[in-house]
Design a protein around this ligand. Structure first.
Ligand code: CA
Length: 220
């Protein structure tokens, strides 16, 4: 799952990026509203963490503009403690939730998980497929009661396939949602990680990840 952080305070921005990457998310970041909006229009994010007080263009303007452009991506606003009006305006403009600064990182992660918990095969924090369970809270994968040891990328890849079960996903879509932006899209990085993921899964599950020639992959 890929998240965009738009936050002008450098330390907070860096802390959020590192923290979320460690939880298995692909993360892009911007330091002002203009850059953030440009990135949100160019890339397909699964969620945007959007500070309200930003240089160049404030978060409320960015959200208004994205919604006017038809973008439905979930938006989690960050607001200063005393700016209660901002929260109300933000939610009216199509924001999905807000957090008041200062907040705990665990609280942010809990809100993010709640906003991403929308696809039909999700029950609570668990994505499941027969005996396979992927827990987005602990980033663990259990198959028939046995834990499977995956890297964060392999975990991200499996999560994306599970959320799109039955659909063909292209390498570009996988790169967009599972990797950060500084990636060479011509490399075979997706294929390499997919091969490793298949090796780690029990055969009955590995063979359900089909290669669709000339297109990409499909989890059946
Ligand atoms: Ca700010």
């Amino acid at each position: 799952m890929k998240i965009l952080i738009v936050e002008d305070e450098p330390k907070l921005n860096a802390g959020l990026v590192t923290g979320l990457q460690n939880r298995g998310y692909a993360v892009d970041f911007a330091f002002d509203g203009e850059e953030g909006e440009k990135m949100a229009r160019m890339n397909e994010y699964d969620l945007i963490v959007l500070d309200i007080m930003l240089p160049k263009r404030d978060g409320l303007e960015v959200c208004r503009s994205l919604r006017a452009n038809g973008q439905q991506v979930p938006v989690l606003f960050l607001t200063a403690r005393d700016a209660i009006e901002d929260k109300i305006i933000g939610l009216n403009l199509g924001g999905d939730d807000y957090l008041v600064k200062p907040f705990s990182f665990d609280e942010l992660v809990a809100r993010i998980r709640a906003l991403l918990r929308r696809s039909p095969q999700t029950v609570g924090d668990i994505l499941s497929m027969d005996g396979l369970k992927l827990d987005t809270r602990s980033q663990t994968v259990i198959v028939n009661g046995r834990a499977i040891d995956l890297t964060l990328r392999e975990y991200g890849l499996l999560e994306y396939l599970l959320r799109n079960q039955g659909a063909v996903v292209t390498r570009e879509e996988i790169l967009t949602h599972v990797w950060d932006r500084f990636y060479d899209s011509l490399s075979n990085v997706v294929d390499v990680h997919l091969k490793n993921l298949r090796k780690k899964l029990p055969a009955a599950y590995a063979k359900r990840i089909e290669t669709v020639w000339g297109k990409g992959y499909r989890l059946i």
